[in-house]
Structure formats: structure tokens, C-alpha cells
Design a protein around this ligand. Structure first.
Ligand code: CA
Length: 238
């Protein structure tokens, strides 16, 4: 599970879409971000799935068989249980008046097809944060190193870095406590968890990988090895 989500559970997104290739693409991208995905391929099914799956957000296509997205939205807003359910309307139309209509029926936001996946994911996260289903997280910065916790991106000096999942969690923890020295055991507890048995030497292996990933040529090593004590996100003073 990516670190962008709260420990309490993965938010569920109901995707209502009758174009199966698009539905598949949305499911793939949402699951990759750690969301649970439920599907419905028409308006009637959408209303049933909302009642059964109790999603945290509905991504609702406008043009649907049986019942239009607009009508689904209207019905959801009339029911007390779903009056405040976050809804993003997906429309193939671009006319201004249609987007106004979508918002008038109670959709919280809308996006026009064709859309960029990154843009849609950003709107989904923003809406989930507003409704309290997603914890607010921000960007961690240490010197020329930055970590966007929402987008799960790490950069140094504007250059995108590619980290494995363990190196990402390790760096995230260190960036949350810059300058503090942690023993291998403390890092194991914080990054791997207490229940997992891992040799303290494993930390050294991942620190080595992390250094390799973040320290470019001619750049300062931002991880300080403290002899017999452990590691810190810090710069060795000359
Ligand atoms: Ca459609």
C-alpha cells in the first residue's frame, strides 16, 4: 500500500463507466495509487453499488445506459445517506452550460473527456481530503531534496529520483526527522515494523541503495553515518 493513504484503510472509489476500456484503465490507475475500486456499467447498477459498497467517492460518467449520470447524481443527493457523498462527474461534453448543470445537480467537481490521469487523480485526492477520507500530507524538504508525499515523487535539485519502496519509506522517515541520529534498530522499527524480523545489517544495505539513488555526481552525501550509533539525514561538516 502506498504511503499516501492513512493507516485506517483504503478509500473505496466507485467508478461508473460504460466504456469498458476506460473502466479498465481507471481501475488499473486507481488501484496502483492504493484505492479500492468498485465498478458499475450503467446508472441503475450505480445506485445499487453505492448502497452495497458504500464508496468514499463516486466517479460518475455523464452518458450512461439506463439512467444518465446526471439522474444518478440527482437521486444520490435526494437520499439522506448519500447527500454528502463526494461525486466527480465525467463528461464528454465541453460546453460551459453542461458543466454548470453537472454542478447544479450536486456534483462536487467535474472533468471533461479526454482527461489526463494525473489531473483526475489530483482531483480525487483533493475531494477525499476535503471529505476527510484521506489524510492531508504535504511536501517534505531537506536542502535540495524534496518529497511530494501525495504524488509519491522524490526529486533532488529538480531531478526526479527513482526509489524502491523500502528506500522511499526510509527516506520519508529521515526527512520527517532531519538531523536526528537513529540506530539501526530504531530504523527497523520505524520503517519495517516491529513484527518483522530483519537483521540490523539489512538497514546498511538499504542505506547504501538510498545513497546511490539520491546522491548524484558531485552532490553532497545527505546521509551521515554516525560510527557505532547509526544514521542521520544530515551533511558531514568539513
Ligand atoms: Ca459513457
Amino acid at each position: 500500500m502506498p504511503d499516501t493513504l492513512p493507516a485506517g484503510g483504503r478509500p473505496t472509489i466507485l467508478v461508473v463507466e460504460d466504456e469498458i476500456p476506460l473502466l479498465t484503465l481507471l481501475r488499473y490507475n486507481l488501484e496502483k495509487q492504493g484505492f479500492r475500486v468498485e465498478e458499475a456499467a450503467d446508472g441503475q447498477e450505480a445506485l445499487l453499488r453505492v448502497a452495497e459498497a458504500k464508496p468514499d467517492l463516486v466517479l460518475l460518467d455523464w452518458m450512461l445506459p439506463q439512467l444518465s449520470g446526471l439522474e444518478v447524481c440527482r437521486q444520490l443527493r435526494r437520499r439522506p445517506a448519500t447527500r454528502d457523498l463526494p461525486i466527480i462527474m465525467v463528461t464528454a461534453r465541453t460546453e460551459q452550460q453542461d458543466t454548470v448543470r453537472a454542478l447544479d445537480t450536486g456534483a462536487d467537481d467535474y472533468i471533461s473527456k479526454p482527461f489526463a490521469m494525473d489531473g483526475l487523480l489530483a482531483r480525487i485526492r483533493a475531494l477525499l481530503r476535503r471529505s476527510g477520507s484521506l489524510a492531508t500530507r504535504g511536501t517534505l524538504v531537506f536542502r535540495d531534496l524534496s518529497m511530494d508525499q501525495d504524488a509519491h515523487r522524490v526529486a533532488r535539485n529538480g531531478r526526479a529520483l527513482h526509489l524502491g519502496p523500502t528506500e522511499y519509506r526510509l527516506l520519508e522517515f529521515l526527512m520527517q526527522h532531519p538531523g536526528r541520529v537513529f540506530s539501526r534498530e530504531q530504523l527497523l522499527d520505524a520503517v519495517w515494523g516491529r513484527d518483522i524480523h530483519v537483521e540490523p545489517r539489512t538497514v546498511d544495505v538499504h542505506i547504501r541503495r538510498l545513497r546511490k539513488a539520491i546522491n548524484g555526481e558531485g552532490e553532497l552525501d545527505v546521509i551521515r553515518t554516525v560510527r557505532s550509533a547509526g544514521y542521520a539525514l544530515d551533511v558531514e561538516e568539513a
